[in-house]
Design a protein around this ligand. Structure first.
Ligand code: NOJ
Length: 547
């Protein structure tokens, strides 16, 4: 019932990583005009909205997650006029537009940070960031022992106006990304202005970067286990993340959204990137007066095992959906190894296994109650590009740690659209630069023109799944009931009779419903659910009218 009135509760949003989507100028970097050109493709796919990765003026140390000006467009991606055209075109096609907002940190080139550097210790300009004196007799040791998420200490020392080494400032990611001090009222007021700037330009909401961040422990004490804090990209340092005060910010932002809805009836959406240890803590971020959605990453990090998936889904249904909010499912994004590759390990188990599992996982995700996010290229079944040479890697994680272990370039390689050779239709326009990351030759097999022409492609699976999702009242928002199933198989019912089953094993299992499925991730004879396959059936054997 609720879903009929709140579009976002079961929306499917497509993440556009702008620099890798479509390049309209030929400079090798995707741009906003490219996104606009790609809208009909996304409409055909059937998504409800898009989330645009940051396109603001930025020195691009972390591909735009280092924002120098929150209210403009970097010339690399276009300008505000092009942005307005994109929003208008999306509106005409019924595609909602979410921006990526980065409130935990900015760029060291942001005018407020530059002002803070110039203003010196004790100034109001420095109070907007976390500046502190170092420890030790000459202040040469950082103020505490925190690690940055991308390697190295979380503090850098500045040179003061007199040329001497001075205070330190906090940056939980790279030194080029100083953390804002949300205890300073100027910061909240500035973000209120930023939200309104973009809402006035017609956006439908925001994806919020590091939404469990913002506030740090007021005393910035030493961490008891700094090595553990540094082991994961997720926000685990309990002194730096998930402080209770952050919830006040989300209440404030929610009320700004409600204010706009009251004016024009269009519901805006706030979706947070919330990395917290448990589903229960996660649920606090999606209370009815806070964020509408928060990405639930446990599905993404679960190994390909029936028990692991069942545990993650059950916990989310109980601890998040159980509180009346909606679960927001994700299998891929611009920070993670793509599913086709992730599920393909160990590679010795047979080629095509990763792709089969990724297809099955997609049908599972689209059958779960709640909202879902698709990362560009996921609908093409793109694998991770695992053999990019070191000298093309741009991820600050690689440059700061010297290790390829968590490097994110491999899922950010520009999309293939057509043709047999790079740039595969990714770039057009007056210049003819190479794509900013090299595309492997095998991308030809995944190009959108081939995917659209082949009804067995990933693209058709996603499109058919999305079509059924909008046609069938059983899917989207609502409850889920597990069915008994053999070991290695998960089966559940949605509404009054849509059954979804996934076989995580490699040997066939009996199907939970006789007859042919409505949709399956691979060949699926009546009565059987082959290994590494998911399928949807109506339990009464009917086929819905999707036209
Ligand atoms: C999370 C974003 O998804 C990631 O790409 C970025 O590097 C960090 N936040 C820091 O902004």
């Amino acid at each position: 019932m609720l879903s009929k009135y709140h579009w976002w509760r079961d929306a499917v949003i497509y993440q556009v990583y702008v620099r890798s989507f479509l390049d309209s100028t030929g400079d090798g970097v995707g741009d906003l005009a490219g996104v606009r050109a790609g809208l009909p493709y996304l409409r055909k796919l059937g998504v409800d909205g898009i989330w645009l990765s940051p396109f603001y003026p930025s020195p691009q140390h972390d591909h735009g997650y280092d924002v120098a000006d929150y209210c403009d467009v970097d010339p690399l991606f276009g300008d505000l006029a092009e942005f307005d055209l994109l929003v208008a075109a999306a509106r005409r096609l019924g595609i909602r537009v979410l921006l990526d907002i980065v409130p935990n940190h900015c760029s060291s080139e942001h005018r407020w940070f530059q002002r803070a550097l110039a203003a010196g210790p004790g100034s109001t300009a420095r109070a907007r960031f976390h500046f502190a004196d170092g420890r030790g007799p000459d202040g040469a040791a950082p103020p505490n022992n925190w690690h940055a998420m991308f390697g190295g200490p979380a503090w850098s020392r500045v040179t003061e106006a007199d040329g001497r080494p001075g205070q330190w400032y906090l940056h939980m990611f790279t030194p080029e990304q100083p953390d804002w001090n949300w205890r300073d009222p100027d910061v909240g007021a500035e973000f209120d202005r930023v939200l309104r700037f973009w809402l006035d330009r017609g956006v439908d909401g925001f994806r919020i970067d590091v939404a469990a961040g913002l506030y740090k422990h007021p005393e910035l004490p030493d961490s008891r286990d700094p090595e553990a804090d540094a082991r994961t990209r997720d926000s685990v340092n309990p002194l730096a993340w998930n402080q209770p005060e952050v919830h006040t910010v989300w209440r404030g932002w929610r009320s700004v959204c409600e204010e706009y809805t009251a004016r024009d009836g269009r519901e805006r959406l706030l979706v947070g990137e919330v990395s917290v240890p448990t589903a229960r803590e996660h649920a606090l971020y999606v209370r009815s007066d806070e964020l509408h959605q928060a990405f639930f990453f446990d599905l993404l990090s679960a190994p390909w095992e029936a028990d692991a998936f069942r545990k993650v889904v059950s916990e989310a249904m109980q601890d998040i959906a159980g509180t009346g909010s909606t679960v927001t499912w994700v299998l891929n994004n611009h920070d993670q190894v793509r599913t086709v590759t992730r599920y393909g390990e160990p590679a010795t188990e047979g080629s095509g296994l990763g792709a089969a599992r990724a297809r099955a996982a997609a049908l599972l995700m689209l059958a779960l109650p709640g909202a879902a996010y698709i990362y560009q290229g996921e609908e093409l079944g793109l694998p991770e590009v695992v053999d990019l040479p070191d000298d093309v890697l741009t991820d600050p994680i690689f440059h700061r740690t010297g290790s390829r272990a968590r490097v994110r370039d491999g899922c950010r390689v520009p999309l293939p659209w057509s043709g047999q050779a790079s740039p595969f239709g990714f770039t057009s326009g007056v210049e003819s630069a190479k794509p900013w990351l090299p595309q492997p030759d095998y991308f030809a097999e995944y190009a959108t023109d081939r995917a659209l022409a082949d009804t067995r492609s990933f693209w058709h699976l996603y499109r058919d799944g999305l079509q059924l999702r909008s046609a069938l009242p059983q899917l989207g928002e609502g409850a889920l009931r597990w069915l008994d199933s053999p070991p290695g198989v998960l089966a559940f019912v949605r509404g009054d009779g849509l059954v979804c089953a996934v076989n995580f094993g490699t040997a066939p299992a009996p199907a939970p419903v006789p007859g042919s499925p409505l949709l399956s991730s691979g060949p699926c004879p009546a009565g059987e659910l082959p290994g590494s396959t998911a399928a949807w059936w109506m339990s009464d054997g009917t086929a819905p009218d999707t036209h």
